[in-house]
Each structure stands twice: as C-alpha cells, then as structure tokens.
Design a protein around this ligand. Structure first.
Ligand SMILES: *Cc1c(COP(=O)(O)O)cnc(C)c1O
Length: 392
C-alpha cells in the first residue's frame, strides 16, 4: 500500500535509469521515452553536460538566500535576456509559480501607474496555467476547480474557437478593468492547439490598442520545444510577460518570469519573492541547458526532426483515417488527435515500448527530447504504425 496520496492515475512502471531518449524499467525493459517528464527533459535523460553542470555546482554552493547576490542566477538571467525579448527575470521553481508571478506583475504594473481598477486577466477557457489556487481559476476548467471554492475572482474567459483573425468576440470581452490577456502560445494540456502567428499578431495589436499587457505562457512550448526558443517568435511579436518552467531545467525544478523593463519597473524590493527562486543548482543547470540549446544548428535540427516527424505522421494519419483524425503541434510538441480511445491507444504504444501521454480532446501527446535522433523517430513511427495496424 502506497503512502503517497491518490491524486495521480499512475501507470504501473518504474524506472531504474535513463539515457538520452530511453528509459530502462526496474523489470529490465527498454522504453523509448517520448514523454520526457512532459516536455521537461529537453536534452533527454542523464545528459552528460547537465550531469557535469549539476555536479560542479553541488560541490560549491547549494543554496543561498535572495538576501545575497547569486552569481549563478545572474548568469542565467543574463543568458535569458540576451536571447529573448526580455529585459528582466524573476526566478521561481515551477510553472504554476511562474504564471502566478506573471499575474501579480501585470496587476502591480497597473497599480504602479495609478490604474488600480485594471486588475482582471482574460484567459482562454479550459487552458492550463498550473494548479495553484489562482492558476486553476485562470485556467477556467471546472474539472480543476471542482471542490476548491470559493472562486478566486479576477479572471475572465473566452473560448479558443473565437481565436480567429480580427477577434470580434475577444474585443467585447476586454473591459476597462482588463489588465492583461494571458494565453499559452500552444495550448499543451488543452490538446496541442497552436495559436496561429496571424492571431498572435492580432492579439498584440489589440493589447496595444487597449493599452493592456500580453502574457504568453511558454511553460510547455518554450525553451526550443517549438523549433524556436519561444513558440511565439515565429509571429515576430513581443509579449510583455512570459512565464517559463519545464524545459529550462532539463529535469531540475526551476521556473521564471521574463518581462520587459516597462513592467519590471513596478517590482520593487519586497514586492515579490521565493525562498528557492534562483537556487544555484537550478540556475547552473538552466545555464547549461541554454548553452546547449543555442549551440549552432541545435534549433535548426529541432525543426528538421519535427518536419520529418510530421511528414511521416501525416502519412500514417492518411493510411488510418478511422484511427488518427489529425496531427497537431509545433516543433517537437506534437499531438495525435484520435478517433479511437486515447487511453487504450497509449496503452498499446506502451506495450510496444513507446511512452506517450494524453492531452485533452482525445489527443496523444508526443514529446521527444529536443536532441532526438532520426533513428529514434523512425522507431517511434514504426511502433505507432504497428499499433494503428493492429488496433481493434
Ligand atoms: C505545466 C504547465 C504549467 C504548470 O507548471 P507546473 O510546473 O506543473 O506548476 C503552466 N502552464 C503551462 C502552459 C504548462 O504546460
């Protein structure tokens, strides 16, 4: 009998160790891991560069308070600002903390310019911004909020289907109290739904027009997952605030909020904090992830692998139109929308030693490490095809 509470539906496998794209179970089986901790292990399991970075840091300083200078946090923040739209960074420890901090920063910005009534955040219904008490109400999913009332006020919602060019319905949802629009550049948990570049451009335009902030949640889609460092970059727009987490730690828990100087000015000493935020071990690993992702050709290779993967997945989808409805995604954030039962399909893949994970709307998520090899994609395709062929 487990002493862990029952808040997860866990599969009955555990692993002894991992290497790159593979996990080795305690029963001696080898699995191709295309979950990677849900887009967390961006460089695969036991990446030698990350192991070295963590070991080196662990011999020096594990933790110091934010009451002191933290050179490792300075270094990672510098890398993040040099490579992105952002001017400033606040470190957190998880995605939900990062989205919460993003909400706080947006509100504090309007407070700092004397607009105390601008404090509502407009989000997409059934999106995913994490599991803290505010983040579940931001996500607007009754499944996540059930039993956790009273409701946290301050969030408005719009349906994703209204995300089409010119957004007539979105404009109506923005009131004089709206401070920000917060959306995932690619809705991960929601079923790998990509916000098209055209819509992102229009979102930016509306936010400028209404003088509100644009928060793009890149917790799942960021850090090279989409083929660009951030998924929104293909649209050429600049958001105001971007929460990140998952992939930046390569498996080590870390989150952060990236922001422009304009909003960062609202954050004065004492206005926000986190005991572990900026932890030297986490930041040392994060800096190594950045270093690897920005090696020449790395992101190009993500795009190349992803183009190949989609091409071949679309062939499977065409060959099995009664099983796979469509292939969705951006980069190596991939979803198979199924016409058959998701759970059964995922179980069949697992029986053939390919690990994948569910998303909403009957989608199977495929999340290889960003340094996945073509031969590993071929292996996954072979398994997916076999499962489609034998599906009953
Ligand atoms: C996973 C996720 C979060 C929450 O991250 P946690 O680390 O689980 O708190 C927030 N936003 C998005 C888009 C995510 O995918």
């Amino acid at each position: 009998m487990s002493s862990l509470a029952n808040n997860y539906n866990r599969r009955k496998i555990s692993f002894k160790y991992g290497k790159g794209s593979f996990l080795y179970s305690t029963t001696g089986k080898k699995y191709l891991d295309f979950v990677q901790g849900i887009a967390v292990n961006s460089l695969g399991h036991a990446n030698p560069y990350l192991v070295k970075a963590l070991n080196n840091q662990a011999k020096k300083v594990w933790h110091v308070s934010n009451a002191f200078q933290i050179p490792e946090a300075e270094k990672l923040a510098k890398m993040l600002t040099q490579k992105t739209f952002a001017d400033k960074v606040i470190f957190q420890n998880s995605g939900a903390e990062a989205t919460e901090a993003a909400i706080k920063i947006a509100r504090k910005y309007f407070f700092s310019i004397g607009k105390l009534n601008k404090n509502r955040i407009l989000c997409i219904k059934n999106s995913f911004h994490g599991r803290t008490i505010a983040a579940i109400y931001a996500s607007g999913s009754t499944k996540m909020t059930e039993g956790y009332g009273p409701k946290v006020p301050g969030f408005d919602h719009i349906n994703f289907r209204n995300f089409k060019p010119r957004f007539p319905n979105l404009r109506k949802k923005i009131t004089k109290n709206t401070a920000a629009i917060m959306v995932e550049s690619v809705m991960g948990e929601g079923g790998i739904k990509v916000i098209p570049d055209k819509c992102l451009k229009y979102l930016r335009k509306i936010c400028n027009e209404k003088k509100i902030l644009l928060i793009l949640d890149e917790v799942q889609s960021g850090i090279g997952r989409s083929g660009s460092f951030f998924a929104f970059e293909t649209s050429k727009i600049k958001p105001d605030i971007v929460p990140i987490a998952k992939g930046i730690g390569g498996g080590f828990p870390i989150g952060a909020v990236l922001m422009t100087n304009k909003v960062a000015r609202a954050m004065s000493p004492g206005s926000h904090g986190s005991t572990f935020g900026g932890n030297p071990n986490a930041c040392a690993v994060g800096a190594e992830v950045m270093k690897q992702i920005f090696k020449p050709q790395f992101l190009n290779n993500v795009k190349k692998m992803s183009d190949y993967f989609y091409l071949r997945l679309n062939v499977i989808s065409n060959n099995y139109p009664k099983i796979v409805k469509e292939i969705r995604g951006k980069g190596l954030l991939i979803g198979l929308k199924l016409l058959v039962d998701q759970t059964k399909f995922i179980k069949s893949l697992e029986k053939n030693y390919l690990l994948t994970i569910r998303a909403a709307e009957n989608v199977v998520r495929i999340l290889p490490p960003l340094n996945v090899k073509k031969t590993e994609i071929d292996l996954a395709l072979k398994i997916i095809e076999k499962v489609c062929k034998n599906y009953k």
